[in-house]
Design a protein around this ligand. Structure first.
Ligand SMILES: [Zn+2]
Length: 200
């Protein structure tokens, strides 16, 4: 069999692995061949999807079939199409978040196909994680970057962004080519889709 293309590596939206809690990485294994291979794979897919259209701002390992607590986040992403600093976080945790939800903004996901929506999330978070050398990382993020971390860490807990949406009017059907405009500018897409019937 030929090797899978990058896009085929994304699990289909109905894959049960996407709703599973991913396994913590044992710190003693960070330098193992297995974890190095996983990390290389995650970067390969993520960088590939940052290509011409630069749509990817974050990726969680389970989305490509690796059920481990590893994510990448582009900390330069501004929600307006800018990317350029994709970083790796192992066993990331949100250790503090602001009490009130920040502004709502538009999210999509490689694991929900054309289903997108408006999600309200805390505006400021502090995270704790490990880098690929096993060193502790403690950082604080606000706004759009904080949103990406929350979205990706949710994936590690088997939670997809649509779980946070209680109002069906905030769910939208967005074709792939419309997505950058939807996410960056907050328009496009057909509202009021009944996605709840589609999800298992
Ligand atoms: Zn996602």
């Amino acid at each position: 069999m030929p090797p899978k293309s990058r896009f085929e590596k994304f699990l289909k939206p109905n894959d049960s692995l996407l709703t599973r809690v991913a396994a913590e990485v044992n710190l003693a294994d960070i330098n193992s061949n297995d974890i190095s291979k996983d990390i290389a794979e995650i970067f390969l897919v993520a960088r590939g999807e940052q290509g011409e259209k630069k749509t990817l701002v974050g990726l969680a390992a389970p989305q490509i079939g690796i059920s481990k607590r590893i994510i990448v986040v582009d900390v330069m992403a501004d929600g307006k199409g800018k990317v350029g600093d994709l970083r790796l976080y192992i066993n990331p945790e949100i250790v503090w978040k602001s009490e009130t939800d920040g502004e709502e903004w538009y999210e999509g996901c490689f694991s929900t196909a054309q289903v997108c929506g408006v999600v309200s999330r805390p505006d400021i978070i502090k995270i704790r994680a490990f880098n690929e050398r096993g060193e502790v990382i403690e950082e604080e993020y606000a706004g759009y970057t904080a949103r990406i971390f929350q979205h990706e860490i949710d994936h590690l807990n088997g939670i997809e962004f649509i779980t946070h949406i209680t109002d069906d009017a905030k769910l939208h059907w967005v074709e792939k080519e419309e997505f950058p405009d939807y996410r960056n500018n907050g328009h496009g897409g057909i509202g009021r889709i009944n996605v709840r019937e589609r999800s298992g």
